[in-house]
Design a protein around this ligand. Sequence first.
Ligand code: AMP
Length: 285
Amino acid sequence: MKILQTAQEMQSWSREQQRQAKTIGLVPTMGYLHEGHLSLVRLANEQTDVVVVSLFVNPTQFGPNEDLDAYPRDFERDRLACEAAGVEVLFAPQKRDVYAEDHTVYVTEEVLASGLCGKSRPIHFQGVLTVVAKLFHLVLPDVAVFGEKDAQQIRLIRRMVRDLNFPIRIVGGPIVREADGVAMSSRNTNLSSEARNQATVLSRTLEVVATCVEEEGITSVQELRSRADAVLATASLGELDYLEFVKDESLAPFEEELSGDVLVAIAVYFPGARLIDNRVITVPS
Ligand code: AMP
């Protein structure tokens, strides 16, 4: 496995693959890899000839009071995991390799980015789209794989690819969970053991909502919120950021009654980490 750091090294490696008519798969990550990331590497491996994993804790997607400095990092562990997963290139740039000191150009999206995580993290998706656009130009992938764990993010990336005509196919990978239902996340490592135990509240809330809709036929947003509140109350360390019911593709909120494909998305602050999870539910017609 090659480890590349600079923009020029990365682009010339990718151009060489293109000359050899090899297709390139990209899995962008912020490192501290877990089985969720590795499932995306497997998907990329199935669909392309060579796979690049990028490892970059992107500063522009963190707000001033967020966890940029506390974000977990372990390069050696990530290197070994990528090697074992059959990755061809681990692209691990430094900040100066990605951003000119006086950079002034960003990618912004004006509708999908405004709700859900965009409300509490106002600059987050601008940072995400900017770095992903840069990674697309640096790695020149044919396919890029993202997790459904970050539901709003993958929808925004599909929109960017469509609206800016990137010749890249976006593939989504299902959420990988721990045995107790908690969505795997690098940030889980920053939770105390008590908070980690309580972190099941996100998936338990989604499960209760799904049962209410799919088995009891409840479609009232108000009723679903009150059912969810009872679950949320069981996590004393958690503070709800949002629980939203939105249209799966447009992310437009349902105000009163759910219908069709509904993305139920939740974010909860715990001491040490803000956690997110989601589930798509189809309302029986
Ligand atoms: P991150 O390193 O957290 O920025 O995530 C890198 C990629 O892995 C993103 O596309 C995430 O959506 C995806 N990812 C993170 N956690 C999971 C998970 N538990 N299951 C599936 N994909 C995940």
